[in-house]
Design a protein around this ligand. Structure first.
Ligand SMILES: Cc1ncc(COP(=O)(O)O)c(C=O)c1O
Length: 449
């Protein structure tokens, strides 16, 4: 840049990606600042990224539009829920039809049975299912059921596994490594202030992908354990299928219930991730796509377990309820969504997901860039490291600063991913040209960062 008045050469100042973002999104900033006056932590935790999140105005198919009128191809899809993209005509029609019948009728309406039938037909380990309002509730109630059934109070979960936000599952979700203990016998570390110290003592933490360590820990503690809850970290961490089978076998051999978290994994096929892995959990938790974009959760499995929640023939001593559980609008949207999710639809999504990840990895290696993409079907993550990713501790070694820069750079190119670049996903209306577009945009952006 030349200073016109004095004729002095000034150094070229390139605006940072964050400065460009701020210039392009003044209305989002205004919404954010106003929100900060009235809500605690202006947008919910999962939306926030620095310096402020985008405020979205509308959506259509696989696109989002922000309040400044900028359009983005959506690779976040509301935390993976919008598998059909946005505003799919059959979901809109099902919701409108249900609205005509009434919003909340304070009694069963029959639509919940239709969705339950569909789920049990698809997933072979589901004898019965029960609907709740979030994945968090699904894991809470299945753990409670497992404890009540086994009459043992401890649970085991994996280090880095996420199952929602109730106390026992918020242990060792993202422990700082200096508190996490030895990798083969991880410590139980609370993920947030206020978690009960009892919860911490009730959780045995297991390392992913390490059969030897898991076997040793389970054998040592099985007398006090009710269950193992297993987050397969779909599209986040490569879990070896043999490891999933091993977890099933070791739990069975030691008389522990296996709760499988399909809240994200159900995105990979009609029978869920358990069908792909060839495992038969005792209980399974669902959420996200089965509500068609409305708040939802569900858990189900073996009849002898699930029937403990059926008090219609006399009190069983077990109980689960919720004012909005099996809400008819959610059930209608969920059913309409599943009806679109044929084997061919999953095939399309999974093929596109594999194509995206393998071509990203090819591009990273051609560019000699230390990054990698991990995917399971249509769910994918991008990490800045060229090291092998086997467990939670490996994930902590990736470069989060570069991920943030790539995220901001991609917004400028018209692509909206999850801001950590983890648990991103595709939606059904997407086609190969859009995937190629994302790969090109990533290639262009990494050259700048
Ligand atoms: C694997 C997994 N389990 C449980 C949950 C919790 O679900 P919800 O946010 O509906 O409570 C999530 C949410 O992202 C998840 O990814």
């Amino acid at each position: 840049m030349r200073d016109q008045g004095k004729g002095i050469n000034m150094p070229e100042v390139t605006p940072s990606l964050e400065e460009i973002y701020q210039t392009r999104t003044p209305q989002s900033r205004e919404f954010f600042e106003r929100g900060a006056l009235f809500t605690s932590g202006p947008a919910k935790g999962a939306y926030f990224f620095h310096p402020y999140p985008l405020t979205m105005a509308k959506s259509e198919s696989c696109y989002l539009e922000d309040v400044d009128g900028r359009r983005y191809l959506d690779f976040a899809n509301h935390h993976t829920t919008q598998i059909l993209g946005h505003n799919h005509p059959s979901v809109i029609e099902a919701v409108q039809n249900q609205l005509q019948q009434g919003i909340a009728l304070g009694a069963p309406t029959g639509i919940e049975t239709k969705l339950a039938e569909e789920m049990c037909r698809r997933v072979s380990t589901l004898d019965r299912i029960r609907f709740v309002n979030s994945g968090t509730e699904a894991t809470l109630h299945s753990i409670r059921l497992a404890r009540g059934f086994s009459k043992k109070s401890k649970i085991a979960k994996f280090e880095g596994g996420y199952h929602g936000s109730h106390d026992v599952v918020e242990v060792s979700v993202a422990p700082p490594l200096n508190q996490a203990g030895p990798s083969k016998t991880p410590f139980s570390v609370p993920n947030a202030g206020g978690i009960s110290p009892n919860a911490i003592n009730e959780v045995l933490v297991l390392p992913y992908n390490d059969e030897e360590a898991v076997e040793k820990l389970i054998k040592e503690h099985c007398h006090e354990l009710s269950c193992v809850i297993f987050d397969p970290k779909a599209g986040l961490l490569p879990i070896r299928p043999e490891f999933a089978s091993f977890v099933r076998d070791i739990t069975r051999q030691n008389n522990l219930l296996l709760i499988f978290d399909e809240i994200v994994g159900f995105r990979v096929g009609t029978g869920g991730l358990q069908e792909k892995y060839g495992i038969d959990p005792d209980l399974t938790c669902f959420g996200k796509i089965i509500g068609g974009g409305f708040p939802v959760g569900a858990f189900g499995g073996r009849a002898d377990l699930m029937d403990l929640l059926d008090n219609s023939k006399g009190p069983t001593g077990f109980f689960q309820s919720g004012s909005f559980s099996a809400h008819p609008i959610t059930m209608a949207a969920g059913l309409a969504t599943l009806q679109q999710l044929t084997p061919e639809a999953f095939d399309h999504l999974n093929k596109l997901g594999d194509y995206l990840s393998s071509n990203l990895n090819k591009m990273f290696s051609e560019e000699n860039f230390p990054a990698q993409s991990v995917n399971l079907g249509s769910v994918f993550s991008i990490y800045f490291t060229d090291k092998k990713l086997r467990n939670y501790r490996d994930l902590t070694q990736t470069d989060k600063g570069l991920a943030n820069k790539l995220f901001l750079g991609l917004l400028e190119e018209g692509y909206f991913l999850s801001y950590t670049l983890t648990m991103c996903c595709l939606s059904l209306p997407m086609e190969i040209f859009q995937i190629d577009g994302l790969i090109k945009a990533i290639q262009k952006t990494i050259k700048k960062i």
